[in-house]
Design a protein around this ligand. Sequence first.
Ligand SMILES: [Zn+2]
Length: 139
Amino acid sequence: MKQKIANFMYGRYGNDQLNRALSVLILLLLIVSFFFGFSETGSTARSFLLVIVLALLIYTYFRMLSKNLSARRAENAKFLAKTARLRDWWQLRRDMWNQRKEYKFFKCPSCKAVMRVPKGKGKIRIICKKCGTAFEKNT
Ligand SMILES: [Zn+2]
């Protein structure tokens, strides 16, 4: 069975970041659809959502099974470029959370760049690496 799947997937595109994002979106839409009541408007809204979910599912599988690898790679690159800022923002929040015990994070008052300072150093002067603005903070 495993070999059969491997043979079937040979030369096909498989998964990428765009497909993973689509899968998360599908799951979220399904969860949202559960919250619609069973009134007439509720079921209309649910049917509408489920049509979107079905379309997204078909698109995700189409991409996964596609043999046009360069087209799929181009789509993924476009997706990554468009979401770069959002993903950077999210990555920064994750880093801040993971390093919250050792570091304090400050935003530069003039250019808004985020800086990392070791905790427990008392009041220190911070110089922004990006624009050179100096400011004092308690760590
Ligand atoms: Zn700055």
